[in-house]
Design a binder for this molecule. Structure first.
Ligand SMILES: C[S@@+](CC[C@H](N)C(=O)[O-])C[C@H]1O[C@@H](n2cnc3c(N)ncnc32)[C@H](O)[C@@H]1O
Length: 298
């Protein structure tokens, strides 16, 4: 049975909402940020689509600083970001934007964070086999495949005491331990989803098993379709997700398994929640079966 856990969804801009969240709170941040220049997530304030590379990196950097602040001592960040192809204005040919390296540098520049290593998720997608652009069938303009997504792992300096009983309940098997610490993950397929850039459930699930204990709080500042939240829920962790586009809420609710009956709904001011509950005559115990959900629009 799914354990009793709490999940909060904030609809709004990641940096703005992160600023309202407490210091030293989350054990783990798992996320795949919006891509630069390639995907349209359907919101005018989205990071990436209409930004220059410099603007894009600047906006992400502000999010990383907030993320680091909200991490517990010894908390971890797992950042999944692949490189993308684009064209410079002075030529039609493709160039690769090394988003993975650029964001690694941003995290590495934050004083409270220490680098632990990079996992390379080699996506097994049918699409990659069909991508034969460049100078095919001739040399010399081979564009290196970008169907590998590096996942950078950082930890926050400091120590955290965890009760033995919690550690025992969070154990991973020897097979999992061996498999998970491998630098190359080539056994996880990409997914088709109503959301244009969702990652497969197994990805955040592994990272959550590796880098958090049961009952910990997990954060995804770019929640998308809610994959991280679903993994957190299934693994007995609490979670917070931030997503800019309210149109993704229906998909999040479906994926995470939020029943309308169990959720508080969307309200502009979270302070009104208590008032709504009182007025509607909802007792918390009536509302939530195995998990408590709140959707808050700031
Ligand atoms: C790569 S997707 C995340 C997909 C997610 N991992 C999943 O499995 O569904 C990035 C998400 O960031 C959201 N986003 C873009 N700009 C944002 C911002 N300023 N604040 C919060 N979310 C934003 C997009 O709407 C998109 O859903």
């Amino acid at each position: 049975m799914t354990m009793s856990t709490i999940h909060k969804i904030f609809i709004g801009d990641a940096e703005t909402i992160l600023r309202k969240l407490p210091d030293d709170f989350f054990q783990l941040i798992v996320t795949s940020p919006p891509y630069w220049n390639v995907r349209d997530y359907g919101h005018k304030d989205q990071i990436g689509l209409n930004d220059t590379l410099e603007e894009y990196l600047h906006r992400l950097n502000k999010v990383w600083h907030e993320v680091a602040r909200t991490l517990l001592p010894d908390g971890k960040i797992a950042l999944d970001i692949g490189n993308i192809y684009y064209s410079e204005p002075d030529e039609k040919r493709r160039t690769t934007a090394n988003l993975s390296l650029l964001t690694w540098q941003q995290l590495n520049n934050i004083k409270s964070l220490r680098f632990m290593g990079t996992i390379y998720w080699q996506k097994t997608t049918s699409r990659d086999g069909a991508v034969l652009f460049g100078s095919y069938p001739y040399p010399t303009n081979f564009m290196i495949s970008n169907a590998v997504e590096p996942i950078h792992i950082f930890r926050k300096v400091g120590k955290r005491e965890v009760p033995k009983e919690i550690k025992e309940r969070s154990k991973v098997s020897v097979e999992e331990f061996r498999k998970f610490r491998d630098a190359i993950w080539n056994d996880i397929n990409g997914v088709e989803d109503a959301h244009c850039a969702a990652y497969p459930l197994e990805l955040p699930a592994r990272l959550i098993k590796m880098f958090s204990y049961i009952e910990d709080w997990i954060l995804d500042p770019f929640l998308g379709s809610g994959t991280t939240m679903r993994a957190a829920r299934e693994l007995g962790r609490n979670s917070v997700g931030i997503e800019l586009n309210p149109d993704y809420l229906a998909r999040i609710e479906e994926k995470v398994g939020i029943k309308r009956r169990n959720s508080v709904g969307i309200e502009l001011n979270p302070d009104y929640l208590a008032r709504i509950e009182e007025k509607v005559g909802i007792k918390q115990g009536d509302m939530f079966t195995d998990a408590k959900f709140e959707v808050i629009k700031l």
